[in-house]
Structure formats: C-alpha cells, structure tokens
Design a protein around this ligand. Structure first.
Ligand SMILES: [Zn+2]
Length: 198
C-alpha cells in the first residue's frame, strides 16, 4: 500500500477547475499490483482520483476504502472466479471496499457521455461510505427506469460530476435533476472550492 503525495500533482492539474487549491492532507489510499506497472498510466489514474474532494477522501480512508490498480487480472488475489471474469471484461469493478481499476483507463468521455472507470468505481466507494444514498427514494426517483438502476446511475453520475468541466456540463444537460442532486451532495460533503465554477 502506498500513498500519493497529494499537493504537487493536484496543484498543477486541478487549478483551472478547483481554485484556489488548498493543501490537501487526505491522500487517496491505493496499491499497484500490476506485474509490469506503467508509471504513466498509473499516474493518469491517480490524477483522476485527485478529483475526489478532500473531505470525501477522508471519509473513504476512515471507511477503509482502497483503490487497487492492476494490469493483468491474473495479478489480483483474493477474488472469486465470477469477479475475475467481470473485471477482465469491464476493466474495473468495486467489491468489499476495494475499487479495482485496470491501467488502460480512458479520458473523461465527452463523446459518449461516460466517466472514467476510476471515478465510476470511486462513486461506488463513496456511495457505500455514506450509507448508500443511491438507494434512497430521493435518488431512485431521479433514475430513469430504462437505465442500469440507481446503484450504477449514482456511481456514473458521481464520476461525471467530478471528472472534468465537460463531463459535468453534459451531466447537467442530460440529467439536470441529478446534477442538482450532486451539487447539493458536494455542498454538504465535498470541497467548497469546487462549487465556484459550477
Ligand atoms: Zn458500477
């Protein structure tokens, strides 16, 4: 298990969105179990995870959450067969307070309206750490029946809200009520500086 030095990367990458940047004392807890880690890819994942607001990171750390970065499914230990099959297909997953993310992650998808896997899985972790707000009737009522269900809708929307300005704006256009919900969730649990530009 290693800890990400929080300030340097965050200050450079997040300043256009998250200003002013304050010193962050809570660091994302993660481990790299890749057989042949690619530093560039791992760094990219960690930069996305920096977009989880600091108070939520503190909550995740207190909750015991951890991100596990892998290159090959065979390098993952302690998982059942069905979980391994799922991870080999999806490249990411969440189980037992651990978010598994493959090194080949995408960028915040402005073309397909999807977030990056690491922030989707972070969304699942935050959801559980805060007592599954995805299952409250308040959020379930915001989830269209045709969608994948409120559990995944919550995680996906969480990721889109925090991924970047584009994904945030697209969420607002596609699901204005969900965007308003996360705006409020962020105001209550997140980083006040995020709200400036949104
Ligand atoms: Zn999911």
């Amino acid at each position: 298990m290693r800890f990400l030095p929080a300030l340097g990367i965050a200050a450079v990458l997040l300043s256009p969105i998250y200003s002013p940047v304050e010193r962050m004392s809570e660091e994302i807890r993660y481990s790299v179990v890749s057989k042949n880690p690619d530093g560039r890819k791992v760094g990219k994942i960690l930069r996305y995870l920096q977009r989880v607001p600091e108070p939520m990171r503190a909550k995740l750390n207190g909750f015991g959450g951890e991100f596990v970065i892998f290159d090959r499914v065979s390098s993952l230990e302690g998982l059942g067969r069905s979980e391994l099959i799922l991870l080999s297909i999806a490249g990411a997953g969440y189980a037992n307070k651990k978010a598994y993310v493959a090194e080949n992650s995408e960028t915040c998808g402005s073309s397909n309206g999807m977030t990056v896997p690491e922030l989707h899985e972070a969304g699942h972790m935050v959801d559980e750490a805060y007592g599954f707000p995805s299952q409250n009737s308040r959020f379930r009522n915001l989830t269209p029946a045709a969608l994948m269900g409120s559990y995944d809708h919550w995680a996906e929307s969480y990721g889109r809200f925090y991924c970047d300005d584009n994904s945030n704006m697209e969420l607002k256009e596609e699901f204005p009520d969900v965007h308003a919900y996360f705006f409020k969730f962020d105001a209550m649990n997140g980083n006040a500086s995020v709200r400036v530009s949104r």
